[in-house]
Design a protein around this ligand. Structure first.
Ligand SMILES: Cc1cc2nc3c(=O)[nH]c(=O)nc-3n(C[C@H](O)[C@H](O)[C@H](O)COP(=O)(O)OP(=O)(O)OC[C@H]3O[C@@H](n4cnc5c(N)ncnc54)[C@H](O)[C@@H]3O)c2cc1C
Length: 320
């Protein structure tokens, strides 16, 4: 038996989630005293997978993988699991991962749990902790099948270096042609997206108008952060709907989340509460967000944010 991780790449490098699932797989392999195998279709810079504990790396190099058809990717991952006799398959919770993981489980007749946030609570029986209801609750779930597919929630485990010597193999199982084909991609922006962000700077109705977003943009730029907003802000047309986070918008589980002029309504928190460190800037000390935040500043965003930007710029200039 071994553990198999699927490592996704994007724009010429492994995604951060690929390194997170590899870190998770390595720790689980240590617990179960078994080997970690990573399967990927990305041929470059595989050393980074060795750094995070991949003992064996299978590289798919087939033209059939030049497809956005999730069922072909699921065939590829399932074939790797069969080849390596993997009982546990770990896949990230990115948009692609969330699509592919249940298909892999169906192909392997495996039990599947999404939103897993930690190493198993117990390995016999095999019980994992999962988040539920937009991280307002957790539950423990037993996977009863011999083969198990785990969907790891983003930013739930973190990155742990665990350098090993890896063997690298070509892996080109026979794959069918995809049933669908992506014909074009029109990127709307080159900025950091909410899905890929480590840091998010979000603004709410407290900023009074879309014309006041310059300071949010400045703060996001100096931090290398993605921009986000509350629902009323996008409903009012101050910001594009692609920036709307919360229960009915995008989910944000980042390391650092700035909520500026956002009250912290339950529907907003439902989408951002999984972020590790939340910093609130709000004039109203009774704003509900302060209860959910790790740090809070009671004060006027129009005074505080420009000062913060200035200090961060000075800090960056001094520290390179
Ligand atoms: C079914 C449903 C789904 C919803 N889904 C979502 C969702 O996905 N995402 C979402 O965000 N909302 C959602 N909402 C709306 C949600 O209930 C809140 O209305 C919304 O989050 C409030 O947005 P806000 O905090 O920007 O605005 P407000 O509630 O108006 O809060 C503005 C805040 O800014 C502060 N403020 C004012 N001036 C300043 C200043 N100068 N400096 C600093 N702070 C200042 C105020 O004290 C206040 O706390 C949903 C609602 C429903 C019913």
């Amino acid at each position: 038996m071994s553990i198999l991780v699927f490592a996704e790449s994007s724009e010429g490098k492994f995604k951060k989630v690929a390194l997170e699932v590899t870190s998770y797989g390595k720790k689980l392999a240590e617990t179960l005293q078994t080997n970690l195998v990573v399967v990927t279709a990305f041929t470059e810079n595989t050393e980074v997978l060795s750094k995070y504990g991949a003992e064996k790396i299978l590289i798919g190099n087939s033209d059939a993988l030049k497809t956005s058809d999730a069922s072909i990717w699921a065939d590829f991952i399932a074939a790797a699991a069969q080849k390596e006799n993997a009982d546990i398959i770990i896949i990230d919770a990115s948009a692609n991962g969330a699509f592919v993981a249940p298909l892999v489980a169906a192909k392997l007749q495996a039990g599947f749990t999404s939103n897993v946030v930690d190493l198993p609570v117990s390995t016999s029986p095999f019980i994992v902790k999962r988040n539920a209801f937009s991280t307002k609750a957790f539950n423990n779930t037993e996977i009863k099948t011999a083969k198990k597919v785990i969907g790891l929630a983003k930013n739930s485990f973190g990155l742990f270096e665990n350098p090993v010597q890896s063997t690298v193999e070509d892996f080109s199982p026979e794959l069918k042609a995809g049933k669908i084909k992506r014909t074009s991609i029109d990127k709307t922006t080159d900025e950091v997206t909410i899905a890929d962000a480590e840091i998010i700077v979000a603004g709410g109705r407290g900023l009074k108008s879309g014309d006041n977003w310059g300071m949010i943009e400045d703060l996001a730029e100096v931090l290398g952060a993605a921009k986000a907003c509350s629902k009323p802000v996008s409903d009012l047309g101050w910001r594009p709907h692609s920036e709307h986070v919360g229960q009915t918008g995008k989910q944000a589980a980042v390391n650092l989340y700035f909520a500026i002029g956002i009250s912290g309504a339950i529907q907003h928190l439902a989408g951002v509460n999984a972020s590790k460190v939340k910093v609130v800037i709000n004039t109203d000390e009774e704003a509900p967000f302060f209860k959910a935040a790790e740090y809070g500043i009671v004060g006027d965003a129009f005074e505080i944010v420009p000062k913060l930007v200035e200090k961060l710029k000075a800090f960056k200039a001094e520290n390179g």
